[in-house]
Design a protein around this ligand. Sequence first.
Ligand code: IPE
Ligand code: IPE
Ligand code: MG
Length: 250
Amino acid sequence: MKLPFFHKKEEESVLYPNENIAEHIAIIMDGNGRWAKKRGMPRIAGHKEGVSTVVNIVKTAVNCKVKILTLYTFSTENWKRPKTEIEFILRLPKEFLSIYLPDLIANNVRIEIVGDIEKLPVHTREAIEYAMERTRNNDGLLLNFALNYGSRDEILNAMKEMFLDITKGEFSLDELDEQKFSNYLYTAGMKEPDLLIRTGGEIRLSNFLLWQLAYTEFWFTDVLWPDFSEKDFLQALKEYGNRKRRYGGL
Ligand code: IPE
Ligand code: IPE
Ligand code: MG
């Protein structure tokens, strides 16, 4: 993989607007297959190229001092795809981490996963778990990979666990509030996304963070994920900076 090397460039942080900073950015990285098709290449070539965009955007997020970046990498519905494509996608986290983990550590990035890790192939799981362990104490960018993630699956699992705790008498139904419920989600303890970006031209959520996106600002672009550049990302941040969030108030 010919990818730009990632290193600290303090001066780049001035690119980022000072006001209304999106602390948590979630991205639906879509359009890899179409990118490849346009070039007469197999879909997997698009996924491979998409990894270069991940590197660029993580680098930019580090430079801009974004607190949390959540990347939709593989959904619970993506198991419907051909086996060869699934296998290819699920090998990418290991490939990415085998090259970039030292850089991520050097840049104080913490890696986490949101999703049902149990059902992933062992090699994917091990690579991610190793990276999580190695970056556990870092307090820079929190880089969340949504892998085998589905929002309905997440909410149902949360409900099951919560009911178990209620049955055990850990708390009563009267004590249940939004805050308590969110602690059962994969994103427990994380600030909800301020900005959701979806590349690839589709205007939908595809089962991503349905609970967490209740008051998030959305930004859609037709740009396909492998073509998504630092400039596009900064454009989204800039537009976010001009939005007025009201949360139902005035
Ligand atoms: C997004 O690109 C990556 C995953 C869903 C894993 P797609 O593979 O969905 O690309 P398109 O939407 O078919 O172009
Ligand atoms: C959403 O993209 C999932 C990821 C980006 C991982 P899809 O390509 O799977 O979404 P749909 O099928 O077009 O809704
Ligand atoms: Mg798609």
